[in-house]
Design a protein around this ligand. Structure first.
Ligand SMILES: [Cu+2]
Length: 351
């Protein structure tokens, strides 16, 4: 483990030292951001400097481990949560789930000591995970607190005025400082995504405006999951040349190498996996020493596939169900090896 961490840290810190001349899109290195002294010419120094005592790196406040199991702001204390999420039962018995989202420009840490000027929903990339049950009403109050026009386009059924593309006049693109509401019924059940659809969409997605949108089936005949994890595959073009320099699941390169995902033998682990990677046409997910049931898009109650590797284009997603037979450390990564080497690699620690 230590060897893997050292090699990957050294490599990615080296890669992150590329600097852009574009002042608006400037990537800061950790020396500037922390205001502490480190010799940026020595990748080992920077790696030690950036990674915490438990293997974590989260100087931007984004905890990749917590993100796995966070939806509907369930990570926040009750009072704080009520600022972002509210449930109301309507007169006809329908559950209304309301969300409050802000579009904000923030600096995020995409690899130890590598900072990226992102565009975000609520200050995080991926944005907050929305989770509803089939038939619920979902209402999102959006405010654009950034300097560019943005939207939110949800996959799923909705009217054209709620499409988040500006395709009809009622479907308002939010200019800086503007607000609007998106409202629709949560359907069909499945693991979906949402993302900004302002133009150029490639830029708005690459900068970080996307998240997971899970709709659980009303009647669920699948085996009950013991643990569920949200995984959004993504990447970051930190030198702004139109190609990604770092790849990950849930933003932080190698995060689940530093902090492996803990599960138990025999329990059913359900992954809600989606691909929001810009610039690269193909992404994939491969699990070592095991096989999983795949429910493509999560829209059926029976798996369509039993495999150890799946391939996805942007916007595709799947539910993956897996049980581990033996304790141990099990790697998962993109089977596009270049992506794996540039950050999209993690570990399950099976106990
Ligand atoms: Cu946008």
């Amino acid at each position: 483990m230590k060897a893997i961490i050292f090699i990957t840290s050294a490599f990615l810190v080296l890669a992150g030292c590329q600097q852009s001349d574009d002042s608006e899109n400037k990537v800061t290195n950790s020396t500037e951001s922390h205001g502490m002294e480190a010799d940026s010419s020595d990748p080992q120094d920077l790696a030690q400097f950036a990674i915490g005592p438990n293997g974590e790196y989260q100087t931007d406040g984004f905890d990749a481990l917590k993100f796995l199991t966070t939806w509907n702001f369930n990570n926040l204390p009750k009072e704080e949560r009520s600022k972002f999420y509210k449930e109301t039962t309507l007169a006809d018995g329908t559950l209304l789930r309301e969300y409050w989202f802000n579009v904000e420009e923030v600096t995020i840490e995409v690899a130890p000591g590598v900072f990226y000027p992102a565009w975000s929903y609520n200050g995080q990339v991926p944005g907050p995970t929305i989770r509803a049950t089939e038939g619920d009403m979902v209402k999102i109050h959006f405010k654009n607190n950034s300097s560019k026009p943005h939207t939110a386009h949800f996959h799923g059924y909705h009217s054209d005025s709620m499409d988040g593309t500006g395709g009809v006049p009622e479907d308002k693109i939010m200019l800086p400082g503007e607000s609007r509401i998106y409202e629709f019924k949560a359907e069909p059940f499945g693991t979906h995504v949402y993302h900004c659809h302002s133009y150029p969409v490639s830029q708005h997605v690459a900068k970080g405006l996307y998240g997971a949108f899970i709709v659980d089936p009303k009647v669920d005949t699948r085996p009950k999951a013991d643990k569920e994890f949200v995984m959004v595959m993504n990447g970051f073009d930190t030198d702004f040349d139109g190609e990604n320099d770092f790849y990950a699941v849930n933003t932080k390169a190698f995060a689940y190498n530093y902090q492996p995902i803990k599960v138990k033998t025999g329990e059913l682990v359900r992954l809600h996996l989606s691909n929001m990677l810009e610039f690269d046409p193909i992404n994939s997910f491969h699990l070592h020493a095991n096989f999983f049931d795949e429910y493509p898009t999560g829209t059926k109650l029976e798996p369509d596939n039993f495999t150890d590797t799946i391939t996805m284009g942007q916007g595709e997603r799947s539910i993956l169900d897996v049980r581990f037979r033996e304790p141990g450390m099990y790697m998962f990564h993109s089977h596009v090896a270049e992506l794996a080497e540039l950050g999209w690699t993690g570990m399950f620690m099976v106990e």
